[in-house]
Design a protein. Sequence first.
Length: 316
Amino acid sequence: MPSALIFDAVRTPRGKGKKDGSLHQATPVWLLNNLLTALQQRNDLDTSLVDDVVLGCVTPVGEQGADIARTAVLDAGWAETVAGVTQSRFCASGLESVNLAAAKVGSGLEDMVVAGGVESMSRWTMGSDGGAWFMDPRINDKLGFIPQGISADLIGTLEGFSRTDVDTYAVESQRRAAKAQAEGRFNKSRVPVKDLNGLIMLDHDEFIRGNATVESLATLQPSFAMMGSMGFNATALRKYTTIENINHIHHAGNSSGIVDGAALVLVGSEEAGRKAGLKPRARIRAAAVIGSEPTILLTGPTPACQKATWELAWTV
């Protein structure tokens, strides 16, 4: 069976996902247009060699709705024969697109696939696509749904992480990101977003705050305490009876950012790469997904990684 190789990877800068963010005026399809154009130009790519574009979108509604992957292919002027499909696996949507691309190539079904994701959170807020998980009281009660932020606070409480612990980790993460950005570590993959006139809208990651300190983060109020008091804490505590209260330790300064952006990788077989004159940068050896308990919600990555490792062990 063919190996799934990664030939290139591009992404937009991460813009602040608010109305005053630099990418708020860029529609989701325009973010993709910038990346598809860059992918074609930097590889001198004959786009007719690409079989499919697989995109993840957590909130596929409005401008991000329908099949934005196919729309973006046509908007970017790629060959009309390039198909496009959009899927959602919540926060793992972009990763799942890469999994699907690798499976398509590895099975021999297709030769070259572009995979990635897009999200404009300043234009289409999380949850605006609805769904039974959020809107059906029966489903909500049966599954024990709580917002992700409270799930994070629940994990922190169960694991014994303090507010200082998570703030310290966040400050170090911001320091490393700022250092990497200053050293140009992202320059080979990060593509500036330009407007219709070719003027740069954003060329750096807007969410990085290298001047953050534990002391400055300590002044921020927990983001999910009020939401928890509306009944979500009680929902979590009904399942996790070993704790009496949830310690709300997460806030805007130590949580994952609300951002606008998109990312793409070019995946193909060795033969397809040779035909396109491309040099591989990586080989995809294994991928795995797993479902986790829906109240705690955020613990799936570890067992998924373990599953992928087990699969890899059986193939060598």
